[in-house]
Design a protein around this ligand. Structure first.
Ligand code: THU
Length: 138
């Protein structure tokens, strides 16, 4: 695990990266555009947006897009993720995204942001209490 400093400015920057990523959202069915920015050890940031499909269950959320990008690039050291939706409400990750993030970093931080960039900082382990992980299979 490489050490990185995540100060207030870095958090705001991560939220802005998520807002930018939401511009690429493909959400013709829900009209709800989501962006995510995943900060990993070493300082690399992987962004994602929701990508919907006419066959609704085939759509993917912004957070899982970002997580798949990071893992497929060889980075599983998740530290913090910012999530923003196209709404005045702060966006929290859906249950499936919580589970996917939990696989790699149960203690990571989640910044739940609204479309103006205001955010709440929460621990993933508080969003997914007693989550199911690899050790559960032993
Ligand atoms: N969505 C996300 O991208 N992330 C979440 O955590 C919440 C939901 C997307 C899925 C779908 O494209 C749209 O928002 C409406 O549910």
């Amino acid at each position: 695990m490489k050490d990185i400093t995540i100060d207030e400015a870095a958090k705001r920057e991560l939220v802005q990266a998520a807002i930018k990523a939401a511009r690429n959202a493909y959400a013709p069915y829900s009209g709800y555009r989501v962006g995510a920015a995943l900060l990993c050890g070493g300082g690399d940031v992987y962004t994602g947006c929701n990508v919907e499909n006419a066959a609704y269950p085939c759509g993917i959320c912004a957070e899982r897009t970002a997580a798949a990008k990071a893992v497929s690039e060889g980075n599983r050291d998740f530290r913090m993720i910012a999530v923003v939706g196209s709404s005045v409400e702060k966006c929290t990750p859906c249950g499936m995204c919580r589970q996917v993030l939990y696989e790699f970093a149960p203690d990571m931080t989640v910044l739940c942001a609204d479309n103006s960039g205001e955010y709440d900082e929460v621990k993933l382990s508080d969003l997914l209490i007693r989550g199911f992980g690899a050790s559960s299979l032993k």
